[in-house]
Design a protein around this ligand. Structure first.
Ligand code: F0G
Length: 462
């Protein structure tokens, strides 16, 4: 591996006279440069990107809205990207030729009529980030962070991942002529995600540890080798992921919903969405804040425990276990950022069971939309928040679906074949799911057999 050609490691904003800078979320220290570990040089905590020039009212809300609308008519690559179209609120690249884009973002906002009936919430929508180029929300952050990696002239990029980050990173690295190194927990990511990383040409290492172990090693690696880290510790990732919220508000004609509900794993995405909401409020793009709520799997509920047992002041890590492997994370890196945005927006944090996740996933599938298991925690969480009275029936709610149904076909097949909870202590709870199951039917290849099946289903429906 040859070393990076930058004179010093790290990423600087100085060439643009501090159009943005890095600020430590703990001690507040600001700097125009970040080290390869993207941690504060003084206290070691995470960094966030801030924009000192925004204070000078350089940005006017009405002008921004009309510029973003205008760009929809343009055919230049930056405007075709649903991320870079909002570049006025992103860190600018010194040289735009470094932009690596796959036309990410531009994701649909769907109404969910069936799920509305299930939850009793008529104004229910899904922002489907699984419709991104590699099938997950990671692409919106990756286009920004990978472009900055290329600008800093790194040859290698790397990430630890539960699957989606690695698929996305591998794709953007390939598009940008960078080499990529993937660290994933052996046996704990879906084949679809793993196969994406392989096809996009990543060097893929399956480590005999969990995600948290992979991330620990990656952080050591970037201190030792000229490798640019693309986990969500990298604040450029979160700047790109902010555009989910900006695009959502534009789709809602700048009328914020009452609630946005997002799955929580390493907690980068909730932090990014919250940051965007706070920035939009400050810039006058929206006039009030939606409540941003985070939902976790019961077996990977570090944020729930951190708020409950640690008063939001100290991380309470867990030994993570869930079939929603994307969020099988026990030691979330961005927990402080997430605690901050939950408290600023007045959102809730809840966990849901494996049976609730499977049920919600099938219900979202039955809408003709579908999502991966981790995304389905949002609907399961909404049901809980309605029961608790936190979400009122008249409220408008947006669920952030983070990944495509095609990301985890094993989960879907096991569910529909009725194998998922068979023989486990959850078997009796899961009986209620039978009505949602649609197992494949093996038949003799005759018209009669097909007609009989059709009749059976028609009868069952009436
Ligand atoms: N949903 C999906 C589909 C994910 O892949 C992830 C995280 C999350 C939700 C949680 O987002 O970590 O920002 O809180 N996946 C990471 C990965 C960790 O490596 O692909 P988060």
């Amino acid at each position: 591996m040859s070393s990076s050609t930058t004179s010093e490691p790290g990423v600087s904003s100085s060439s643009l006279q501090a159009a943005f800078c890095f600020r430590c979320i703990e001690c507040g220290d600001t700097s125009e440069k970040a080290g390869q570990d993207f941690r504060c040089a003084h206290c070691g905590d995470l960094l966030e990107i801030t924009y000192p020039r925004w204070g000078n009212t350089e940005l006017r809300a009405d002008e921004l809205k009309s510029t973003w609308k205008q760009r929809r008519l343009s055919t230049i690559p930056a405007d075709l990207s649903g991320v870079w179209r909002f570049r006025d609120l992103l860190p600018p690249l010194a040289n735009e030729d470094n932009t690596i884009t796959l036309r990410e973002g531009n994701t649909p906002l769907y109404q969910l009529p069936r799920c509305s009936r299930v939850t009793g919430v008529p104004h229910l929508f899904a922002k489907h980030q699984g419709m991104n180029p590699t099938g997950s929300f990671k692409d919106t952050g990756m286009t920004v962070a990978a472009s900055f990696a290329r600008q800093a002239e790194f040859r290698w990029v790397a990430c630890a991942s539960t699957g989606n980050t690695s698929a996305s990173m591998a794709a953007y690295a390939a598009r940008g002529g960078l080499r990529s190194l993937v660290l994933v927990p052996d046996g704990k990511i879906s084949w679809s995600k793993l196969s994406q990383a392989l096809d996009y040409g990543a060097v893929t290492c399956q480590l005999r540890t969990d995600f948290d172990g992979c991330l620990r090693l990656l952080q050591e690696l970037v201190r030792r080798a000229p490798v640019y880290q693309l986990n969500s510790i990298n604040p450029f990732r979160l700047e790109g992921q902010k555009t989910l919220a900006i695009e959502l508000m534009e789709q809602l004609d700048w009328q914020p919903p009452d609630h946005i509900i997002v799955p929580g794993g390493n907690l980068g995405n909730s932090s990014a969405i919250g940051k965007a909401l706070l920035e939009m409020l400050k810039l006058g793009l929206i006039s009030r804040l939606p409540k941003l709520s985070v939902i976790q799997a019961e077996g990977a509920n570090a944020l729930v425990r951190t708020l409950r047992d640690g008063a939001g002041k100290r991380l309470v890590p867990v030994q993570a276990e869930t079939r929603a492997t994307a969020i099988r994370i026990g030691n979330p890196a961005s927990w402080k950022k997430a605690v901050h945005v939950l408290s600023e927006t007045g959102g809730a944090c809840e966990d849901v069971s494996e049976v609730e996740i499977a049920q919600a996933k099938a219900e979202i599938g039955a809408e003709g939309i579908g999502c991966e298991p981790a995304s389905a925690v949002t609907l399961a969480g909404l049901k809980k928040l309605v029961r608790q009275g936190f979400v009122k029936p008249q409220d408008s709610v947006v669920l952030v679906l983070t990944g495509s149904l095609l990301k985890d076909p094993d989960f879907t097949m096991e569910f529909h074949r009725g194998e998922m909870f068979r023989g486990s202590d959850k078997e009796s709870d899961s009986a209620a799911l039978d009505a949602l199951r649609r197992p494949p039917i093996v038949l003799d290849a005759t018209l009669d057999a097909i007609l009989r099946t059709l009749a059976q289903f028609e009868k069952a429906k009436s």
